[in-house]
Design a protein around this ligand. Structure first.
Ligand SMILES: Nc1ncnc2c1ncn2[C@@H]1O[C@H](COP(=O)(O)OP(=O)(O)OP(=O)(O)O)[C@@H](O)[C@H]1O
Ligand SMILES: [Mg+2]
Length: 263
């Protein structure tokens, strides 16, 4: 049996909010193979972002373990996480807050390549100017975008910049947390189609968190449904859609997309 790309065992994350404690993630087990496209859905506060942050190594579990390509990442010090930092890249919900407004687009996109930890993982290095040109083309942005600043771009274009930055170090895994929910409805489909094409063309493993079930249906071949810090149902997308096993999943699937006011 070959090792899955990701394996998580009994992942638990508690947060302390003042005097109360929140169990954000409650003993989640997960296994993901290279090339799979996993969608994570569930009501607000169910632990979706907490789970993907742990997988990306951006946060540490209270207990439980995560392996990436057979190496346990839980408990590794930052200086030994270079392989993960190079291989796993994230795209966040709102490109207005995830892109530094004072950096030009070229510097933003090549920033991951300048990280010492990441650089050590790229044998022979990557020519920054060349890589910038390649990823700008991959996300369909004008070739001269590098000298411009985020505010000169529309919301959809800014999310393309965030995607280009994620692609720059040639990752194996792309994790997108609500990648289109901050965007104008009119550009969502374009950005989703772009993600679909990129994942296929570059053979990426994809993990997508979304409130919008159409988004995961479009992008993902596997689905995990979360509630109160647990995965309550998972399987391939078609079977979960076609034959949901829990009332909770049925309700999620039946829910008319609601407009959310992001705080
Ligand atoms: N940094 C934090 N400090 C304290 N509590 C947190 C923190 N991050 C998350 N939580 C709490 O953990 C629980 C799970 O949060 P999480 O952000 O993972 O949910 P989510 O499924 O991503 O929700 P949403 O769909 O609204 O983004 C929530 O109760 C949340 O309030
Ligand atoms: Mg979230």
């Amino acid at each position: 049996m070959t090792e899955p790309l990701y394996r998580a065992e009994a992942l638990t994350r508690r947060y302390r909010n003042g005097r109360t404690e929140v169990l954000a993630l409650d003993a989640v087990d997960l296994s993901l193979d290279a090339g799979q496209r996993l969608g994570i859905v569930g009501e607000s506060g169910s632990g979706k972002s907490t789970l993907v942050r742990l997988l990306a190594g951006l946060d540490r579990p209270t207990s439980g373990r995560v392996w990436f390509e057979g190496t346990e990442i839980t408990g590794l010090p930052e200086r030994r996480l270079g392989f993960l930092r190079a291989a796993v890249q994230m795209v966040f919900q709102d490109p207005r807050s995830s892109l530094n407004p004072r950096m030009n687009v070229g510097d933003i996109i090549t920033e991951p390549l300048r990280s010492r930890l990441v650089r050590r993982q790229l044998p022979g290095g990557i020519d920054h100017a060349r890589r910038l040109a390649e990823v700008l083309e991959a996300v369909d942005l004008p070739a001269d975008s590098g000298t411009r600043y985020p505010h000169e771009f529309s919301g959809g274009q800014r999310q393309r910049i965030a995607i280009a930055r994620a692609l720059a170090p040639k990752p194996e895994v792309l994790i997108a947390d609500e990648p289109v929910s901050a965007l104008d409805v009119s550009v969502r489909a374009q950005v989703l189609n772009l993600l679909t094409d990129l994942v296929a063309a570059q053979g990426l493993t994809l993990i997508v968190v979304s409130h919008d079930l159409m988004v995961v249906r479009h992008l993902c071949d596997r689905l995990a449904v979360m509630r109160q810090g647990r995965i309550v149902e998972q399987g391939d997308t078609a079977s979960v859609y076609g034959d949901p096993q829990t009332d909770y999943t049925k309700a999620l699937l039946a829910a008319v997309p609601k407009i959310r006011i992001e705080g």
